[in-house]
Design a protein around this ligand. Structure first.
Ligand SMILES: Nc1ncnc2c1ncn2[C@@H]1O[C@H](COP(=O)(O)OP(=O)(O)OP(=O)(O)O)[C@@H](O)[C@H]1O
Ligand SMILES: [Mg+2]
Length: 247
């Protein structure tokens, strides 16, 4: 009988990043945010990315999601080579396949919470009534349906984060990319959020990639990639034993 590790390695690759470099600026102020970074994620897994501030975590998420162009290397997401797509094709690819929870939430201040959560569906051509019904369902899941008609500016950081989580999930993306999704949440809401994200990761054909500093959530991960200085330096299988931080 196959052990869990060999099942793990047989899972289909959904993200394959090879020797990717991304720089910002030019000349003396040029910063290497990614330095020939390699990384992969597999179907059905909850993968964490950890590492010190400035090591390139958000940059890595952004190039995978196609929101940021990279300088060199190759990225395949769901067997699609991102460098072969033009800007319009990348936008189309992203809106169908990717849900993104940003470090800074990026909620639209002039829209109510339920309208914010509906946006990915409206962009995909779903009619407003159906979109809002689905959005209400997601708000219920994250315990925010009582704030559906409020504007995000009237909510706490943790409440805004839960709206951002609902918005990232509403169009059933194949890949969910999350930048510090529990940073503004208390223990109870952090645990609730991770349980929602794990449920998503276990659905067929899904992948969830989470950047975090929060060692309370290590227990939820299948694997954990440790970044340093623009690269993934180590990958830990079953990182639940790092409950109190990295060794
Ligand atoms: N738009 C930008 N312009 C210039 N430099 C940038 C830009 N975005 C990121 N950088 C630089 O690239 C490096 C990696 O940044 P990144 O945001 O990926 O780090 P991070 O690991 O997500 O950090 P944190 O944990 O603080 O969010 C840093 O040195 C940062 O200053
Ligand atoms: Mg970051």
């Amino acid at each position: 009988m196959a052990d869990s590790q060999s099942i793990e390695t047989r899972r289909k690759l959904t993200v394959n990043v090879r020797n990717v470099t991304k720089t910002f600026g030019a000349g003396e102020s040029r910063v290497f945010a990614l330095k020939e970074a390699n990384f992969d994620a597999r179907e059905g897994e909850m993968l964490l990315i950890v590492g010190p501030s400035g090591c390139g975590k958000t940059t890595l998420l952004s190039v995978i999601a196609g929101t940021l162009k990279f300088d060199s290397g190759e990225i395949d997401v769901f067997d699609c080579s991102l460098s072969a797509l033009n800007a319009a094709q990348i936008t189309e690819f992203r809106r169908k396949n990717i849900g993104f929870i940003f470090q800074q939430f990026h909620l639209i201040p002039t829209l109510s919470c339920v309208e914010n959560v509906s946006v990915p569906l409206l962009i995909n051509g779903v009619n407003r009534r159906v979109a809002e019904e689905k959005a209400f369902g997601l708000l219920r899941q994250v315990g925010m349906d009582n704030k559906a008609r409020e504007r995000p500016g009237n909510l706490s950081g943790g409440q805004q984060q839960r709206i951002a989580i609902a918005r990232a999930l509403v169009h059933d993306p194949r890949m969910l990319i999350c930048d510090e999704p529990t940073s503004a949440l208390d223990r109870e809401n952090g645990a609730k959020t991770m349980e929602i994200l794990c449920t998503v990761a276990r659905q067929p054909g899904r992948t969830v990639v989470v950047v975090t500093h929060d060692n309370r959530i290590f227990q939820y991960a299948d694997r954990m990639a440790e970044m340093e200085d623009g690269r993934v330096q180590r990958v830990h299988e079953n990182p639940s034993h790092f409950k109190t931080g990295l060794p």
